[in-house]
Design a protein around this ligand. Structure first.
Ligand code: S3P
Length: 441
């Protein structure tokens, strides 16, 4: 039996048996942030069911409240109500806006606030977020007329924004990033003319879908929908939203179910937006026993139940072109690679180095400590499957997705592991440890 200790920051994990049963992962993090942000600048009431009650969306909500938006308490199982203040109704905050650990909060707020004329804002975050690059958003916003200052030539938080009238522009982004795209689309809502964002590859499209639902004028064109145009003008109108389960959280159970002998897990109500389902394609290419059932559309996003059963697995390749569709699943897929037959290669993954941690370095370091045959490369990982992993003292290094990935690796390792800073899972999946226990019994 795998055990979970009582100390939230240090978890003891042992090789356990099969994982079986049904689980409902919490709401999608990307959609939750957007629901809070768009609801705040809409007119009238927005209600949100299934909002992720974890640290990152709580950071977004706290920032919005500091700017005068009324948002009801965010609690597991309760609908959230937002009284929107309209497109230009955000107040100048009296205090610094703390984005915590959340890159999405900081980057989307940069876009939202750059166009608030005559108002000044300061954004900061925790020590991880203060190291993450923000010029990727600041630079294109400057093309629209934004005034953003910060450390390291405006790249690092704390960042100060002096709101300005923004101009519509045509902007090519250097990386396929939904955070950059969404920041620009938010800025575009109050610019003086249309703005087109051209991405090198299509990133997750939750902003486009939800902005349209709120009544914004959003056009999607170009090859593979890489050109997104927002025409300012229409007001956003409050909506009733339902947030599906997060496929990035489901990914931990998908991999656990695929690699742990005897497992059979159904993850209900998962968002299966095609810009997010790269993990399913990889599992299919590995020969995993995965199926998607009961698919429906829920407030503009496709949703389904995912069932995974253990079976033999082949090695896989992930290249740059797939990266936007599974960017957050690389840590758990690197764990999957340890338990399949042959050599798996992940390339084109440089973006992983600027996430909550340098996820290529951290996963290589931590899995090596368990005896995995894993080689860190400049833009990816090469992993030989089939080595027996052994328990060790592991460290999430404060990264939520690393914590949960290492937990699954530890369930397959010989002997005991101690996972330090396992509590970081709460950034995106507050009840991860409870769900693990429920699947073990
Ligand atoms: C997100 C976009 C991705 C992803 C992050 C959430 C979003 O980041 O890794 O967890 O909600 O827009 P990038 O935009 O940096 O790729």
């Amino acid at each position: 039996m795998a055990t979970v200790s009582d100390n939230p920051s240090s978890r003891t994990l042992k090789k356990g048996g099969e994982l079986r049963g049904k689980v409902r992962v919490p709401g999608d993090k990307s959609i939750s942030h957007r629901a809070l942000l768009f609801g705040s600048i809409a007119e009238g009431l927005t209600t949100i069911k299934g909002l992720l009650p974890s640290e990152d969306p709580l950071s977004t909500a706290a920032c919005l409240r500091s700017m005068g938006v009324s948002i009801s308490p965010i609690q597991q199982g309760e609908a959230v109500e937002i009284q929107g203040v309209g497109l230009d109704g955000l107040k100048e905050p009296e205090e610094i806006l703390d984005c915590g650990n959340s890159g999405t909060t900081m980057r989307l707020l940069l876009g939202l606030l750059a166009g608030r004329e005559r108002r000044h804002f300061v954004l900061t975050g925790d020590s991880s977020l203060r190291k993450r690059p923000m010029q990727r958003v600041g630079k294109p916003l400057k093309v629209m007329g934004a005034d953003i200052q910060g450390r390291s030539n405006g790249d690092l938080a704390p960042l100060s924004i002096q709101g300005k009238k923004l101009h519509g522009a045509i902007i090519g982004t250097p990386v396929a990033s939904a955070q950059i795209k969404s920041a620009l689309l938010l800025a575009a809502l109050t610019a003086d003319g249309p703005t087109t964002v051209i991405e090198p590859a299509r990133s997750r499209d939750h902003s486009e879908r939800m902005l349209r639902a709120f009544g914004a004028d959003v056009e999607i064109g170009g090859e593979m929908g890489r050109h997104i145009t927002v025409k300012p003008g229409p007001k956003l109108i409050g909506q009733h939203l339902v947030v599906p389960g997060d496929i990035s959280s489901a990914a931990f159970w998908l991999v656990a179910g695929a690699v742990i002998p005897g497992s059979d897990i159904t993850i209900e109500n998962v968002g299966i937006n095609p810009t997010r389902t790269g993990v399913l394609e990889v599992l299919q290419s590995m020969g995993a026993n995965v199926e998607c059932i009961n698919t429906i559309d829920v407030t503009g996003e496709p949703v389904g139940d995912l069932r995974i059963k253990h079976g033999p697995l082949k090695a896989f390749n992930i290249s740059k072109e797939m990266m936007p569709r599974l960017i957050d699943e690389i840590p758990i897929l690197s764990v999957a690679a340890c338990f399949c037959e042959g050599e798996s290669r992940i390339t084109g993954a440089n973006e992983l180095r600027v996430k909550e941690t340098d996820r290529l370095a951290v996963m290589a370091r931590q899995l090596k400590a368990m005896g995995a045959n894993i080689e860190e490369q400049q833009d990816g990982l090469v992993i030989q499957g089939g080595s027996t992993l052994h328990g060790n003292i592991l460290d999430s290094e404060t990264d939520h997705r690393v914590a949960m990935s290492l937990a699954i690796a530890a369930l397959m390792a010989k002997g005991k592991s101690t996972l330090l800073r396992g509590d970081s899972a709460a950034v995106s999946y507050p009840n991860f440890w409870e769900h693990l226990e429920s699947l073990q019994t």
